[in-house]
Design a protein around this ligand. Structure first.
Ligand SMILES: CC(C)(COP(=O)(O)OP(=O)(O)OC[C@H]1O[C@@H](n2cnc3c(N)ncnc32)[C@H](O)[C@@H]1OP(=O)(O)O)[C@@H](O)C(=O)NCCC(=O)NCCS
Length: 177
């Protein structure tokens, strides 16, 4: 898979990405905004394990964000099951030195379109921690709607926090795209 965008390329993870992955992922500011399954510190072993996991997915739903020929972030869709099988959850992160250039907004728009056209989804959501206005802004710019707050539903960095829920439906994505 490869989506060539103006600011980045979304593509499969490759084993040679590991050094760049670890360099950019090993950042507490990134960890603070993701689930605890994203490690901190982020070691070489963590990077290797992640790339192997992504490569073994079927279908592949975890991708690298490439800028200047380096994998400097990640973006993916978690597919849900059972009664939620037409729903997915988008997740993303970008190396700090690239923040504020519109890279993730463009990638979320493209990934959303890709996910709707490949994974038989009707809804894609995202949960954003209360202290992360940049990610809320990204989702708004990508056409996601704010739906509400899961009050104190998550624990991160030892604090019980609110999670802001955003979502886009298939119909709405035609308009957004
Ligand atoms: C959140 C993150 C993905 C944003 O990526 P990015 O490429 O810098 O995002 P963009 O440049 O496309 O857009 C960021 C927007 O947030 C805005 N923003 C940044 N900091 C902000 C703040 N403190 N308050 C309000 N808005 C803010 C920017 O101004 C921009 O909006 P604009 O275009 O209207 O000016 C990136 O910072 C990141 O990886 N953070 C850590 C991991 C993370 O939070 N992942 C998402 C978990 S839900």
């Amino acid at each position: 898979m490869e989506l060539r965008l103006t600011r980045s390329t979304i593509r499969d993870w490759r084993s040679e990405d590991v050094a760049s992955l670890v360099h950019h992922a090993n950042n507490r500011k990134i960890w603070l905004n993701l689930r605890d399954s994203f490690p901190n510190p982020y070691t070489l072993a963590d990077g290797k394990r992640w790339i192997e996991t992504a490569a073994s997915e079927s279908p592949v739903t975890s991708f690298a964000l490439e800028v200047n020929r380096q994998a400097v972030g990640g973006i993916g869709i978690m597919l849900k099951g059972d009664i939620f099988r037409h729903s997915g959850e988008i997740g993303y992160w970008l190396g700090e030195e690239y923040w504020g250039r519109g890279i993730v907004t463009e990638a979320v728009i493209a990934m959303t379109q890709y996910a709707f056209s490949h994974f038989n989804l009707n809804r894609i959501s995202a949960g954003v921690f209360e202290w992360n206005p940049a990610s809320m802004r990204v989702l708004e710019k990508a056409g996601y709607q704010f739906e509400g707050i899961m009050r104190k539903g998550a624990i991160k960095d030892g604090k019980l926090i609110n999670e802001h829920i955003y979502a886009i439906l298939l119909d709405e994505s035609h308009a957004a795209g």
